[in-house]
Design a protein around this ligand. Structure first.
Ligand SMILES: *[C@@H]1O[C@H](CO)[C@@H](O)[C@H](O)[C@H]1NC(C)=O
Ligand SMILES: *[C@@H]1O[C@H](CO)[C@@H](O)[C@H](O)[C@H]1NC(C)=O
Ligand SMILES: *[C@@H]1O[C@H](CO)[C@@H](O)[C@H](O)[C@H]1NC(C)=O
Ligand SMILES: *[C@@H]1O[C@H](CO)[C@@H](O)[C@H](O)[C@H]1NC(C)=O
Ligand SMILES: *[C@@H]1O[C@H](CO)[C@@H](O)[C@H](O)[C@H]1NC(C)=O
Ligand SMILES: *[C@@H]1O[C@H](CO)[C@@H](O)[C@H](O)[C@H]1NC(C)=O
Ligand SMILES: *[C@@H]1O[C@H](CO)[C@@H](O)[C@H](O)[C@H]1NC(C)=O
Length: 366
C-alpha cells in the first residue's frame, strides 16, 4: 500500500510520472490501458456538448464503446428524438442532472437522472435527452462498439483545452449543434440513427405529474426479464448482491445477459471495501474485455507490472486474457463496469454472492 501512496503523490506533482499505461487517447487496437477523466480521448464539440471516447470500438475489438458527454445546462433537447436499430445505448449520470425520455409501443417514460442514476435504451426505442445543470456529465456505454463514428461525423469542431476543463465555460443556451438539426439527423441512417421527428417528449415527468414516474427514488427498481423493454434504475434502488472474500464487494447490475440479449455485454456498479491489513489477493483473468470507470473513492488496478491509482471518471481497459488485481485504497470505492461476453466479473461475483438489501457492506471483516 505504501508504494501506492507514493505513486499517487508523485503523480500529483508531475504528469510524466504516471504509469505508461495511462494514455491520452484510446489505442487503435485492443491492449491494456487507462485514461484519466477529461483526457483528450478524441474529444469533439457538438454544439456546447463535449464528447470524449475513453473506449472506442477499435480499442475493444468492436465489443463496446464508453463515452462521456460534458456540457452546461441547455434550454433544448441535446439531440432530436431518434432510434437505433442495432445499438443498445446506456445512459449513466456522473455529474449534474439530465432528463432522459424513452418511447416504445406507445409506452412513454421519462426520468430526471441525478448522479448515479441509469437509463437503458434497447434497440428500436425512441429516445432523447436534455442536460439540466450548469455542469452535467453523462457516461454512455454502447454495445456493440464503434458508435462513436456518428460523433466524428457530427463534429462541429475538435475540442482541446490545455487545462482539460470539461467544456468551454458558457451559460445555458439552445445551441445544441448538429444533433438538433432535422436536416442532419434525417441523414444519419448509415450511423444507425433513425430520426423520429414526430415524437414530442412530454414535459410533466420532472414534476411527477406523469403516472410512470411514481416511485422514482422512493421504491425499488427491477430489471425487465427481456432484451427490448426500456428501463430506469435510480442510484442504489436496483438489485444488490454481496460477495464476500477477504474483502466485501456489492454488485449492482444494470445490464445482465437477460437484458443485453444478443448484444453480449454486461454493465453495472461494484462497491468495494478496503482490504484487511494481512490480505493476499489472487489475480483475476477474464476471457473477454472489461472496462472500469471510477465513481467514488480510489480504485487500484495492478496489471502488466504496473500499479494504477484511479479516481472519479478515470477509466481502465483490461483486455480478455490479462491478469489483473483490483482493490480499494479508500474505505469505500465504487466503480462502473462494462464487460463483453458471458463469463464476466459481475456474473462470476453474483454466482458466489447472496442477495443483499443495502448499498453499504457489513461492519465486521469477513
Ligand atoms: C428494429 O427495427 C428495424 C426496422 O423496423 C427492424 O428491421 C429490426 O429487426 C428491429 N430490431 C429489433 C431488435 O427488433
Ligand atoms: C478533427 O480531427 C480529425 C483527426 O485529427 C480530423 O480528421 C478532422 O478533420 C478534424 N475535424 C475538424 C472539424 O476539425
Ligand atoms: C452567464 O451567467 C452568469 C450568471 O447568471 C452571468 O453573470 C454572466 O454574465 C453570463 N455570461 C454571459 C456571457 O451571458
Ligand atoms: C408539471 O409540468 C407540466 C409541464 O410543464 C405542467 O403542464 C403541469 O401543470 C405541471 N404539474 C404540476 C403539478 O406542477
Ligand atoms: C410491441 O408490440 C409488439 C406487437 O404487439 C410485441 O410483439 C412486442 O413485444 C412489443 N414490444 C414491447 C417492447 O413491448
Ligand atoms: C489477519 O489478521 C487477523 C488479526 O490479526 C487474524 O485474525 C487473521 O487470522 C489474519 N488472516 C490471515 C489470512 O492471516
Ligand atoms: C458472447 O461472447 C462470448 C465471449 O466472447 C463468445 O464466446 C460468444 O460467442 C458471444 N455470443 C454471441 C451471441 O455473440
Amino acid at each position: 500500500m505504501l508504494s501506492n501512496i507514493l505513486l499517487a503523490a508523485t503523480a500529483a506533482t508531475t504528469a510524466s510520472a504516471l504509469s505508461p499505461l495511462f494514455l491520452d487517447t484510446p489505442p487503435s487496437y485492443s491492449q491494456p490501458y487507462a485514461i484519466k477523466r477529461f483526457a483528450p480521448a478524441k474529444a469533439v464539440a457538438v454544439g456546447q456538448q463535449i464528447y470524449r471516447f475513453p473506449v472506442t470500438g477499435a480499442a475493444s475489438d468492436g465489443k463496446f464503446s464508453l463515452l462521456s458527454t460534458s456540457a452546461p445546462s441547455s434550454n433544448d433537447l441535446g439531440v432530436l428524438p431518434h432510434q437505433h436499430y442495432l445499438h443498445f445505448e446506456n445512459f449513466f449520470c456522473l455529474e449534474g442532472r439530465f432528463q432522459l425520455w424513452t418511447s416504445k409501443n406507445d409506452s412513454e417514460n421519462g426520468r430526471l437522472l441525478t448522479a448515479g442514476d441509469y437509463g437503458a435504451v434497447p434497440p428500436n426505442t425512441t429516445h432523447t435527452f436534455q442536460l439540466l445543470d450548469p455542469f452535467t456529465e453523462m457516461v454512455g456505454a454502447i454495445g456493440p462498439g464503434g458508435f462513436e463514428d456518428l460523433f466524428f461525423f457530427l463534429v462541429n469542431s475538435n475540442y482541446t483545452a490545455a487545462t482539460r476543463t470539461p467544456y468551454v465555460p458558457s451559460n445555458a443556451s439552445s445551441a445544441a449543434g448538429s444533433g438538433s438539426s432535422s436536416a442532419i439527423i434525417t441523414s444519419l441512417q448509415s450511423y444507425d440513427v433513425w430520426a423520429q421527428l414526430s415524437y414530442f417528449p412530454r414535459r410533466d415527468f420532472v414534476n411527477g405529474s406523469a403516472p410512470s414516474t411514481s416511485g422514482w427514488h422512493s421504491s425499488p427498481n427491477s430489471l425487465p426479464q427481456n432484451d427490448h423493454t426500456p428501463y430506469f434504475v435510480a442510484k442504489d434502488y436496483g438489485p444488490k448482491y454481496l460477495h464476500t472474500s477477504a474483502f466485501y464487494q456489492i454488485v449492482q447490475p444494470l445490464v445482465t445477459p437477460a437484458q443485453a440479449g444478443a448484444k453480449n455485454f454486461t454493465q453495472g456498479t461494484i462497491t468495494i471495501s478496503s482490504l484487511p491489513s494481512n490480505t493476499t489477493l489472487d489475480s483475476t483473468i477474464l476471457p473477454d474485455h472489461t472496462a472500469f470507470e471510477v465513481l467514488s473513492g480510489e480504485l487500484i488496478v495492478e496489471m502488466e507490472g504496473e500499479t494504477l491509482a484511479l479516481v472519479i471518471g478515470d477509466v481502465v481497459f483490461i483486455p480478455g486474457g490479462t491478469a489483473f488485481k483490483y482493490y480499494s485504497s479508500a474505505a469505500f470505492t465504487k466503480f462502473l463496469y462494462v464487460a463483453a461476453g458471458r463469463d464476466t466479473l459481475d456474473q462470476r461475483l453474483i454466482a458466489e454472492a447472496k442477495g443483499w438489501g443495502y448499498p453499504v457492506f457489513p461492519t465486521a471483516w469477513p
